[in-house]
Design a protein around this ligand. Structure first.
Ligand code: NEZ
Ligand code: ZN
Length: 374
């Protein structure tokens, strides 16, 4: 029995969105799904119980970060990431390639792999398809990502072509060094930049190798939303219907809606947790920067339409006070709300698909909640 299977439930008659379930060794993920990011083996300031309260099904963690600290051998000795962080639901881990390029310096990319210096202490490190697979094997994630290169944006056509061809060769090496395919699923990552022919080439290479799921990489790297949707329009249809599709690094409310409409099943984004830490929240009236002076005497809830723990028990004035005083509890309350907001949004998206009215829901959302700039 494969570790990961996709169950297609229905396709929305009004849009290309689909309702599905991803079955994993640690449980089921209802899709389309938003996946909270827990880079350092914690979704910053949230406990596993709170994540379960808001009905998060799956969280993401990171090969690159855990490799550098505490080291994957420690996590292996702890019995894997689930035990280490006391999370018994699905975990997806990114393969580390993207983080090398976004975080470390002194890096050198070769056919063999990537040499770089740790952004923590400058130590020389090396990541390759084989090393990334060994690390994710030690972490014991339910979904592993193939080791890929996400080309910078913008990038020369020839560079993007050479890069995707190497990513396809790396994907094959990941498959070959996959130790426990019955316990862990391995997703390939389609590259090809913003070029339709290169996306087709990358998708053809990877779908011919038969992975249990496919991610769309190389997006959310600074391109406009319009360009991202254009690339999705011709890339999603290249992926097999019967397998999950994961759009990497995408999680603003508008992008979650537009991606779902185009047939994407899984999303991740650091945005909701990251902006919460500086007091920016996603509410039904759009983005609200609760640290602003205008909320000093506002004793109403953060979001009158939200029923989360934060909105039921605390006022904007209190949240503003905590954030201004850099009180940890303030970060916890804004993070809780932002995650709940996005998880709730995806619940409504799944309901709209069930009722064949996702395009109507999108129009209502943008009309009522306003367009999000990110
Ligand atoms: C914990 C965690 C954090 C972040 C991620 C996604 C990180 C991420 C991207 N984020 C924005 N655009 C992205 C593109 C790629 C990509 O092309 N390949 C990979 N492997 N990751 C990407 C995954 C897991
Ligand atoms: Zn709330």
């Amino acid at each position: 029995m494969a570790a990961i299977t996709y169950e297609h439930i229905k396709t929305c008659k009004q849009s290309g969105a689909r309702l599905g379930r991803v079955h994993t060794p640690h449980g089921v993920i209802e899709t389309p799904a938003f996946m909270p990011v827990g880079t350092l083996a914690t979704v910053k300031t949230m406990s596993p119980e709170e994540l379960k309260q808001m009905d998060a099904h799956i969280i993401l963690s990171n090969t690159y970060h855990l490799f550098l600290r505490p080291g994957h051998d420690i996590i292996r000795e702890a019995g894997g990431l689930h035990k280490f962080m006391n999370w018994d639901r699905p975990i997806l881990t990114d393969s580390g390639g993207f983080q090398v390029f976004s975080l470390s310096d002194m890096r050198k990319i070769t056919e063999e792999g990537v040499h770089f210096r740790s952004h923590l202490n400058g130590d020389k490190k090396f990541l390759s398809p084989e090393v990334a697979m060994e690390i994710q094997n030690a972490l014991g994630s339910d979904i592993m990502m193939a080791f890929d290169e996400c080309p910078p944006y913008p990038a020369e056509y020839d560079y993007v072509k050479k890069s995707l061809e190497r990513t396809s060769r790396w994907a094959e090496r990941c498959l070959k060094s996959h130790a426990r395919p019955e316990d862990q699923g391995l997703f390939a990552i389609v590259q090809g930049g913003m070029h339709e022919d290169l996306r087709r080439q990358s998708a053809a290479d990877l779908t011919s190798m038969d992975f249990p799921g496919y991610a769309i990489g190389g997006l959310s790297v600074g391109e406009s939303k319009q360009l991202m949707y254009e690339v999705l329009d011709y890339t999603v249809p290249l992926l097999p219907q019967g397998k999950p599709r994961y759009l990497m690094g995408v999680g603003s409310p508008d992008a979650l809606l537009e991606g779902s409409i185009r047939g994407v099943d899984m999303f991740d984004c650091v945005l909701p947790t990251r902006i919460a830490r500086n007091g920016t929240t996603m509410t039904s009236q759009g983005r609200l920067v609760v640290r602003n002076a205008q909320y000093a005497r506002d004793f109403g809830p953060l979001d009158p339409k939200c029923d989360c723990y934060t909105c039921r028990n605390y006022s904007r004035a209190y949240l503003r006070h905590l954030i201004k005083a850099d009180e940890t509890f303030g970060l916890r309350l804004t993070t809780y709300h932002n995650l709940h907001f996005l998880l709730e949004l995806m619940r409504k998206v799944r309901e709209a698909i069930r009722e064949d009215r996702l395009l109507d829901f999108r129009d209502e959302f943008f009309a009522q909640y306003g367009l999000y700039d990110n």
